[in-house]
Design a protein around this ligand. Structure first.
Ligand SMILES: *Cc1c(COP(=O)(O)O)cnc(C)c1O
Length: 428
């Protein structure tokens, strides 16, 4: 394939945008080469600036769950735009989407809209701290909750239970309040709680991890966290920015039957516009300004275009009883196909899948946490990625990402993808 125009556009972008991109993973650092510039997209396909057509398995990192340029969403945005794009005053549509979200998701009574998943998680943690009067939080290695300071933390050295900053600019002061646990390791969490008795405000987790590839919670893990939280007066925050409105109408809470105290949303909830949200029962949400003392605000929060896109998306998902089953079936079909052709070609691999989240790890043995995810063979992944690109299949340019399946994919597209993987497997 030819990427002449993409390469030229990237060179121009690099002059005026750090690394040529507005979010690092887009720069292809994990796989080498130069990023592809999108011209337009429709349904399951991307069309790049050189005229190549790619089957898209990223879908804007999740939001385009029904495919690109989905008509009801696009129409809703166009109609709204004609009436003014921002007021900084209340609008009826904010209540409409809030009503719908509260009706779809279990255990939430009020929801506050923000502009990104990062903001949602950052605000949820502030609310948990304000509500509980405690400072420390527990997060899991390999889980991503956006780029706010409290979350850019890596495991501390030696016996220290404190995290250390994993980006310059994050202070040691911030890092000392974030404790890092191993995903799927309840005992590790219990130890951290024991060592920091009465100091932990919340545990924040991706109920299905999606930012170290896809890693399902082991049986009993989420239940165990719920029990530990109840016993120690700790709030459980489900970061459902990826899983919300993807794994089921009610997200992972509904899928696993676990109650979270605060839930974070992003990605699908905005239908492709910049939206995040966090939600909880009244007792907790009433602590937020202007009702309560915990401050949180946003000039463009609840923006009418964003709400129109989100409302149209949620309404589509809510009215289609079969959509989540269909997504899961397509993803299962892809899973079986990939496993078959990789096995036929003797490629060592592990595939993890929950609903329409799936990832292929080039290592044997179960992938259950950050350490096992990090063992995957990155050279194999690079060849795999570039090979698929040549075949017209676009997966995330990093071995640590989930593939996001869209309902716009047909079984023909899936077969095309499986065949492409078969061809590429011969070169791995
Ligand atoms: C994408 C993501 C975020 C961050 O959302 P942004 O909109 O990129 O700020 C937070 N948590 C999870 C689980 C995510 O997948």
């Amino acid at each position: 394939m030819i990427y002449k125009r993409s390469s030229a556009l990237f060179a121009e972008a690099e002059k005026v945008i750090p690394g040529g991109v507005n979010s690092p993973v887009r720069a292809f650092k994990g796989v080498g080469g130069t990023p592809i510039f999108v011209k337009e997209a429709k349904g399951a396909y991307l069309y790049d600036e050189d005229g190549n057509r790619l089957i898209d398995y990223i879908n804007s990192w999740g939001p385009m769950i029904l495919g690109h340029a989905h008509k009801p969403v696009v129409d809703a945005v166009i109609e709204k735009a004609k009436k003014g794009t921002s007021f900084g005053m209340p609008t009826e549509i904010e209540t409409q989407i809030a009503d719908l979200a509260v009706s779809m998701v279990p255990n939430i009574e009020k929801i506050r809209f923000v502009n990104s998943g990062t903001e949602a998680c950052m605000s949820a943690v502030r609310l948990a701290r304000g509500f509980s009067g405690k400072d420390k939080i527990i997060k899991f290695a390999g889980c991503y909750h956006g780029h706010s300071d409290s979350f850019l933390i890596q495991a501390g050295s030696g016996a220290s239970t404190f995290g250390t900053p994993n980006s310059p600019g994050v202070t040691k002061g911030t890092a000392k309040d974030t404790l890092l646990a191993r995903y799927n390791d309840l005992e590790n969490v219990a130890e951290l709680i024991e060592a920091n008795k009465h100091e932990i405000a919340c545990i924040i987790i991706e109920p299905v991890a999606g930012n170290m590839g896809c890693i399902p919670p082991k049986k009993g893990f989420l239940e165990g966290l719920r029990t530990l939280c109840d016993a120690n007066d700790i709030l459980l925050i489900f970061d459902e920015v990826m899983t919300g409105f993807r794994l089921s109408k009610g997200g992972a809470q509904e899928l696993y039957g676990i109650t979270a105290d605060i839930v974070c949303f992003g990605k699908v909830i905005g239908g492709g516009l910049p939206v995040g949200a966090f939600a909880a029962r009244n007792e907790i949400m009433n602590h937020l300004a202007p009702l309560g003392p915990v401050y949180q605000a946003g000039t463009l929060s609840g923006n009418p275009l964003a709400m129109a896109a989100g409302l149209a998306m949620l309404a589509e998902l809510n009215s289609d009883a079969e959509v989540f089953n269909r997504l899961a079936e397509k993803t299962a079909y892809l899973n079986e196909g990939i496993a078959r052709v990789l096995n036929e070609n003797g490629i060592v691999h592990t595939i993890n899948r929950v609903g329409s989240m799936i990832s292929v790890h080039f290592d044997e043995g179960e992938v259950i946490d950050f350490d096992t995810a990090a063992k995957g063979n990155n050279d194999t992944f690079k060849t795999f990625f570039h090979g698929l690109l040549e075949e017209g299949v676009y997966i995330a340019p990093s071995a640590f990402e989930t593939w996001f399946i869209t309902d716009a994919l047909t079984y023909e597209d899936l077969d095309f993808t499986i065949n492409a993987i078969a061809k590429v497997s011969k070169r791995l």
